[in-house]
Design a protein around this ligand. Sequence first.
Ligand SMILES: *[C@@H]1O[C@H](CO)[C@@H](O)[C@H](O)[C@H]1NC(C)=O
Length: 219
Amino acid sequence: MDNYATRPPVPPRLSQGRQHASVGQTLLFILVSVALCGMTIEACLIYRLYQTESVTSASVSKIIAEQKAATATKLRSRVISPSKPVAHLTDGQDVVHAKDIMAWSTDADPLLYKIDYKDRSLVIQKEGYYYVYSKVSFSDNGIFHHRVDLRTEKFTGKSINLLKSRKYSNHFKHPEQSNSYLGGVFHLFKDDAIFVKVSNTSKIVRQDPTENVFGAYMI
Ligand SMILES: *[C@@H]1O[C@H](CO)[C@@H](O)[C@H](O)[C@H]1NC(C)=O
């Protein structure tokens, strides 16, 4: 009885425990809130990422389509650009020769890079050393000339002969088909025009467009 009476009052442990519990609850609440917040942000980020990805894949397919179109165009006009000026011309159905100056086809997809084709001539755009060549097929029972001439602004009105070949036929009654090839290196200036001259363009054999060619390339 005495013990009961003298029992100490309720220790403050209980109220302390209550305080601990409420702090724990607050902490838990904060943690849950933070977790929910985090999940929401994550959801937002995932949504945005998905949207960006779908946009990216759309632009990627667009880029691929554009590249395919560009490649197709390039394939038609040769896959890679030459490193230096170059030209190669052939005969073709659209060709109308002058009396003694040969014309070249623009329909036959001529190779022309940094060299122009104008007035039956190749017009140089960039000064430098060029290998110039021409091959013709002809059928003549007389004397046939094949030459490459240069028309330059430095000598107006006068053309300079760069290359020349002459063929004397012995078959006066039955002309034989023959070929002439000319080639050489020349220093050419901007706006220099080179062209192929023959004694008579009606003697040119025109069975195949590749039989008569004219070209130049910078070395
Ligand atoms: C060119 O050749 C044609 C056909 O052989 C001939 O009729 C013409 O007279 C020639 N022209 C010249 C200038 O020799």
